[in-house]
Design a protein around this ligand. Sequence first.
Ligand code: PMP
Length: 324
Amino acid sequence: ICWSARGSWHRPRVQPYGPISLDPAAAVLHYGQEIFEGMKAYRHEDGSIWTFRPEKNAERMQRSARRMALPELPTEYFIDSLKEIIKADGAWVPSEPDTSLYIRPFMFAKESFLGVRPAEKVNYYVIASPAGPYFAGGGVVPISIWLSTTYSRAGKGGTGAAKTGGNYASSLVAQAEAYDNGCDQVLFLDSEENKYLEELGGMNIVLVYKDGTLVTPHSDSILEGITRDSILELAEDRGLKVERRRVTIDEWREGVASGDIVEAFACGTAAVVTPIALVKSADFEIGSADAPAGPLTLSLREELTDIQYGRREDVHGWMTRLDA
Ligand code: PMP
């Protein structure tokens, strides 16, 4: 769909997948004025196709739009665009276990000019691709993460809470450093004091305490994950305590050493819920690479995926049907 400052959203259409043509002076190529979302469509056993909490992705895209001086796409248009993609080719939603159709809605500034200002012509697209598990172990084998002490992903007043390419661009060298050190993901700390946990390159993080309390970093500069929000709600339903607060890397380190912190996991649309065995940094390690997956981590993962794949009753009303 196209948008211009003088009009509104117009020209919705479905077209074959292929290159987009852009003017070399298009604002997105120079100033990174773009936002996106990531979600999945799941095929249920009866063949029907569903997605998970799409209104949350629509709202987050609207928040990202406000931060990036882009127009807000109404929730109704957002959800319609997902349905159109499924209508065009629902056969792409795989039916094997642990597979889904990854859906990527995105919006960018296509107006061409060279000065620095918000663009007045914007395009919104949706693409999709069948997807299997994000990590080699299928999400049940624990991962190792690399603590970046050199690089920050986002700072105070910056764009960290928006799902915009610049945040990912700034994490690329740190992610490469993680791979070089034999880790699967990079862990970022806050940019001011370099001690509070933020998030991973593309996932949120949750620590589990011995008494069953789940602790997750509160920060204005991380992406508010929809998976994290949902997992914490499932935990609260089980009577577990949930804390969204600032948490330091030292608290994690000391908590594991004293036995107070018993599990840690990463969560996001791609990772679902993936156990973390080891945190590595230039100076120290937390945990060990051969630590087994935590039982609470695995059971929350199972509960969430059961809801997403229609194997368990959706008591929260989280699922939206896309093919009807
Ligand atoms: N943080 C970052 C940086 C991410 O890219 C993602 C994935 N979108 C998340 C957290 C998790 O968000 P969600 O659960 O909504 O996928």
